[in-house]
Design a protein around this ligand. Structure first.
Ligand code: Z16
Length: 829
């Protein structure tokens, strides 16, 4: 009976606890086993990379053990679960993070050192998992870490792209894109589940049948692809809980195209089957714009369909009917990319499970929540109706039905205001009919979430104004966060140790509010001294990296000034470059004696441009052109250096952020939904030079605006300036530096012409000219503060002390309590 089963399960749980030993000697033995049998290499001769592979496999074994225990425990407890749907996860490297979260850091360091290896060097062999573009994708990864650490019963779902974000190679100062075939040398972290697979259908026709007086829809597909699961265990810190990130890969379907084989063209049939795999081949590298491409739509549906089939199957395994579906399941839409999940859940429950429309509609409205990461209505995703109708005919019907009912309800509420009805409709009428995916997500979700307080304000007043007026209670914000495990403990071990020493505890690693305890020591001379020592060591590492990647030698006494993020006009890397040119111009025109008063700077810029984004690519080239001039000018020497760090990614960020003195966040007010880089710099005691935009507004409140360098037009000023047609006079210095670029002072006169025009007078949409004067003032204030070491160090300590609120632990707790309604479920074994 079931009683016996329970006793047996208890016994098994007991036995499972600690199959694998984690003392240095046992780890060593396991590492050598994997060298010999998994890699495989002779245990008497293997290099750093092979040591990494073997090490990763020993960690994976331990992850699997915990993964099993956690999943069995979740299954037994049957708590409400969160499913986090995202087309992008920027996980970066896993070795250090896993070892630290599991608590085996010292044991691994010792095990490896006795074998003649250095843990840090071994960890650096790992290639980044770069299955995402930028902030949105890294935020997903941070949220997974927090979900695991806080013991929430959660799963992530995504796509296993064979090629992640392109590798950026700089040739002659120009960006070139190369494929990132990250799976080349195998991926020790994933568990391939050949038996967990689902058929995903495309194209074909929908037939209507009446069975027992009810209309049934039978979708006969024209194409079928198999989705195979790859599981990536995510260990929590200070807990045994290890949650799952399930990524889907496309494979040719098993039985479907028997037909084509029977026609006799065997070779072509095999070759055609391989086309199925193209679906999960490559990540789209545009971080904002998506132009209704069929492959992209296929990716979205493929991922959504496999995930929902899996979720429904798991639910049915332990529930007799769908009555409590929405009490047991929360589905989180990470931006609009997974929004076809709405139509897919309706299709599964209506067409396959034969539930009634109204029952299903209620379920849908109870389970979905939707976080949006955008501020511009123009960049909201749209799907051409023709494309959707051809690829997913049944889903198009469902969307039309949803929209019809929504429009009928809306008419009752707001009357026949046809303009407003047309704006809010899920279908955009016109020459090319389109599905407005954001409208679909809003209509079908119980909550719509912005990523900072300022972002919610923009959603209410601009982006989703009509919807806010209809359903004000639906709209909320949860300010983004970053995980201190990766962004302090993994990437800045020396600062981590120093913090723990001064707080007298390591508890801040999972209870980050404790960091405020540093405030009372901010002026303490002995903490300041230790703090400076740690920061200098980090700068040394960064200086070595700069020398290795760009050949520029930099002085550790200079201020390391960093701007790293995707290249975008609104993020204003060009403003930074124009500031650097101005600084250079000043130095060139100085009397010799005045140079002693110049605060030396190393200006560091890194980031990728979307392959088709010409303006962004010109900004990268300008950076290289200016760097070449400045770095080779004997009049300048160590007073100013400009460096572009190529191929910026998560692991580069882990190296750069701890070594930065100052970081720049320059978006024109009203354009950065949140920003999370600023939070990572803050955690590491790096001072911010920033506009009042996105999450920086909240950072300024927490830290005190005097402890950062704030500048630029505020939101209402931006609006007023644009209303006036940008009729402002840029300061003389701005005209002067633009002229230098335009006149060919840095070469490539013709190439830079159009770039200069983007910030010229009434073209200057992002207000570089307007903000230039206050930008230079903020830079001067930073110079002045840097000279006062005591003051600077105090501000640095206060920055770390203020960073607790910007932990993704806080973000996740808010989502769990207010949006998902989930509770911790901690595996006790
Ligand atoms: C992205 O990374 C973000 C927004 C977006 O529409 C598309 C991509 Cl790929 C970023 C925001 O720009 C950033 O402000 C925010 O912190 C991040 O998403 C996470 O919410």
């Amino acid at each position: 009976g079931s009683g016996d089963g329970k006793a047996k399960a208890e016994r098994m749980f007991g036995l499972m606890n600690g199959f694998l030993k984690n003392d240095p000697y046992s780890l060593q033995k396991d590492i050598l086993d994997h060298v010999e049998f998994t890699v495989p290499r002779s245990r008497f001769s293997f290099d750093d990379f092979e040591a990494y592979q073997a090490c990763a496999h020993t960690v994976k074994d331990r992850l699997i053990e915990r993964w099993h225990d956690t999943q069995m425990y979740f299954k037994r407890k049957d708590p409400k679960r969160l499913y986090f749907l995202s087309l992008e996860f920027l996980m970066g490297r896993s070795l250090s993070n896993s070892v630290i979260n599991m608590g085996f850091q010292d044991q691994y360091a010792e095990a490896l050192s006795q074998l003649g290896f250095d843990f840090e060097v071994v960890a650096e062999q790992e290639a980044d998992a770069a299955l995402g573009n930028g902030g949105l994708a890294r935020f997903s990864a941070c949220q997974m870490d927090s979900l695991a650490t806080l013991d929430y019963p959660a799963w992530g779902y995504g796509l296993r792209y064979q090629y992640g974000l392109f590798r950026q190679v700089i040739i002659d100062g120009y960006q070139h894109e190369q494929p990132d075939y990250w799976l080349n040398f195998g991926n020790p972290w994933e568990i391939e589940r050949v038996h967990v697979s689902y058929a995903v259908k495309f194209h074909g026709t929908v037939e209507e049948k009446t069975i027992d007086g009810e209309v049934r829809h039978d979708w006969v597909p024209g194409e079928m692809v198999e989705a195979v699961a790859y599981d990536n265990p995510i260990p929590g810190y200070g807990t045994r809980n290890t949650i799952n990130l399930r990524l889907w890969a496309a494979k040719p379907s098993g039985e479907y195209d028997m037909e084509s084989f029977n026609t006799g063209d065997y070779i072509n049939s095999v070759v055609n089957r391989q086309n199925a795999e193209t679906i999960s081949n490559v990540l789209y590298p545009d971080d904002r714009s998506h132009q209704g491409k069929e492959l992209r739509l296929k990716q979205q549906y493929f991922f959504v369909s496999a995930s929902l089939q899996d979720i429904v199957r798991r639910f049915k395994d332990s529930h007799p009917n769908f009555e409590n579906f929405s009490e047991k399941i929360a589905l989180q839409l990470n931006d609009t990319h997974p929004s076809l999940a709405i139509a897919e859940l309706m299709r599964i429950l209506i067409d396959e499970e034969h539930l009634k429309w109204n029952t299903v509609w209620k379920i849908v409205c109870d389970v979905f929540s939707f976080t949006t990461h955008t501020v511009s209505p123009e960049s909201l995703e749209k799907i051409p109706v023709d494309l959707l109708g051809s690829l997913l005919p049944r889903h198009l019907q469902i969307l039309y039905d949803i929209n019809f009912k929504f429009m009928e309800d809306l008419k009752k509420k707001i009357g026949l205001d046809y303009d407003r009805l047309a704006r809010m409709s899920i279908i955009k009428e016109g020459a090319v009919k389109q599905i407005r995916v954001a409208n679909l997500s809003i209509v079908c979700s119980h909550t719509v979430i912005g990523v900072s307080r300022a972002h919610l304000e923009l959603l209410k007043t601009r982006v989703f104004k009509d919807f806010y007026e209809l359903w004000p209670e639906k709209f909320q914000y949860k300010t983004n966060g970053a995980t201190q495990r990766r962004w302090i403990v993994v990437s800045n071990p020396n600062l981590c140790a120093l913090i723990s020493r001064w707080l007298g505890t390591e508890s801040w690693i999972h209870n980050v509010d404790l960091l405020t305890g540093l405030r009372e020591h901010a002026a303490d001379a002995s903490l300041q001294q230790d703090w400076q020592k740690v920061r200098r060591m980090n700068k040394m590492r960064l200086a070595e990296y700069i020398e290795a990647t760009s050949g520029v030698t930099v002085s550790l006494d200079a201020m390391f000034d960093v701007q790293i993020k995707r290249i975008h006009e609104y993020k204003r890397q060009l403003l930074n470059l124009l500031g650097v040119i101005h600084r250079y111009d000043c130095i060139k025109n100085m009397e010799k004696g005045d140079k002693r008063r110049v605060v030396p700077r190393v200006c560091i810029i890194g980031g990728k441009a979307a392959p088709g984004y010409e303006v962004a690519k010109k900004i990268i080239k300008l950076c290289h052109a200016v760097a070449e001039k400045i770095n080779n000018d004997p009049d300048v020497g160590d007073l100013l250096k400009l460096v572009f760090i190529p191929d910026y990614n998560v692991s580069v960020a882990e190296l750069v952020i701890p070594g930065a003195d100052l970081s720049q966040h320059l978006s024109t007010a009203g354009h950065e939904p949140s920003g999370t880089g600023n939070m990572k710099f803050l955690m590491n005691g790096c001072l911010l030079l920033a506009t009042q935009d996105g999450s920086t507004i909240e950072i300024a409140e927490e830290l005190g605006v005097d402890n950062m360098f704030s500048f630029g037009a505020k939101l209402h000023e931006v609006a007023a300036l644009r209303e006036k047609g940008l009729a402002v006079k840029a300061p003389l210095q701005f005209a002067r530096v633009i002229r230098m670029v335009r006149d060919g002072y840095f070469g490539h006169k013709d190439y830079f012409k159009s770039l200069c025009e983007t910030v010229d007078g009434s073209n200057d949409f992002y207000l570089l000219g307007h903000d230039f004067a206050s930008y230079l003032e903020a830079q001067a204030a930073a110079d002045k503060a840097f000279v006062d070491k005591e003051k600077w160090t105090r501000m640095s300590i206060l920055s770390t002390a203020a960073s607790g609120r910007f932990s993704s632990d806080r973000t996740i707790q808010e989502y769990a309590e207010h949006t998902w309604g989930i509770e911790p479920c901690r595996c006790p074994f």
